[in-house]
Design a protein around this ligand. Structure first.
Ligand SMILES: O=C(O)CCC(=O)C(=O)O
Ligand SMILES: [Fe+2]
Length: 278
């Protein structure tokens, strides 16, 4: 890994990585280095990486099969690249802590986000380590949540009253809903490579804990959501143009800070499918 320069950002997670070009085809050894760094640091930050959509897609595809988002707009001819173009008339909706697309059987192992246009100030993204958050729980609470599973539901994050307004949206939303029925995942998942345990419920997609009365489910979920978001478990990234960020979506959560409106902010994301959580 000699040519790579790695700077850890916070005790909980995150490292800035330089000494490579994400635009070039990945060698097998570089791919393995990046995969290893991702497991170690959970979120990798790359500055000055002016990549095309095709290059972003190819980089992402070397780590797994790509997800095509059922709702968000896509780059023409590159359906695997999702566009987040937010401004005064289209405020962002990634404003709850979440892991991406946890509502499917094999939620993404990671996602790669490239900054295309940034507001003059603001629009940072914050990631939290759900392994650090899990580790900080008491043994009693760990035991309480160990056997629990939770329902993750596409319509919880993409509600009908926001995403099915025009006839075209309605058609797309109905299709997306039919293709994405609710799924059940463990509340605590194990990272398939590191073996670390992580809290795997999130405000966007998790509807309820299976088998608990509604009030108990809500109380545990609310506690876990605010616990994961504690500043100690986070890293906050101030974007510059051509930054690219690669996060491990299995054991982190993130939130996009929506403090820049009415300015415009454009990000492109590639999303890599993962395994069934266990
Ligand atoms: O816009 C951002 O900074 C992040 C948005 C988001 O949640 C995502 O790309 O998955
Ligand atoms: Fe996200």
């Amino acid at each position: 890994m000699s040519e790579l320069h790695v700077t850890r950002l916070t005790p909980a997670l995150g490292a800035e990585v330089s000494g490579l070009s994400l635009a070039a085809p990945l060698t097998e050894s570089l791919k393995q280095d990046i995969a290893r760094l991702l497991v170690e640091h959970q979120v990798l930050f790359f500055r000055n990486q002016p990549i095309t959509d095709r290059q972003q897609r190819d980089f992402a595809a070397s780590f797994g099969k790509l997800h095509i988002h059922p709702i968000y707009p896509q780059v023409p001819d590159e359906p695997e690249i999702m566009i987040l173009d937010t401004h005064g008339d289209n405020p962002p909706d990634a404003i709850h802590w979440h892991s991406d697309v946890s509502c499917i059987e094999t939620p993404p192992l990671g996602a790669i986000l490239a900054a295309k246009q940034l507001p003059p100030l603001g629009g940072d993204t914050v990631w939290a380590s759900a392994t650090a958050a899990y580790d900080a729980l008491s043994e009693s609470f760990k035991q309480l949540i160990a056997p629990l599973t939770a329902v993750h539901d596409f319509t919880h994050s993409f509600p009908e009253d926001r995403y099915a307004i025009t006839p075209r949206q309605r058609e797309q939303w109905d299709k997306a809903k039919a293709a994405n029925p609710p799924v059940i995942h463990p509340v605590v998942r194990t990272h398939p490579v590191s073996g670390k345990k992580a809290i795997f419920v999130n405000e966007d997609f998790t509807r309820r804990i299976v088998g608990l009365p509604e009030a108990e489910s809500r109380a545990i979920l609310q506690f876990l959501y605010q616990h994961v978001a504690k500043a100690n478990f986070t890293v906050r990234w101030r974007w510059q143009p051509n930054d690219v960020v690669f996060w491990d979506n299995r054991i982190t959560q993130h939130i996009a800070v929506d403090d820049y409106l009415p300015h415009r902010r454009i990000m492109h994301r590639a999303t890599i499918l993962g395994d069934k959580p266990f």
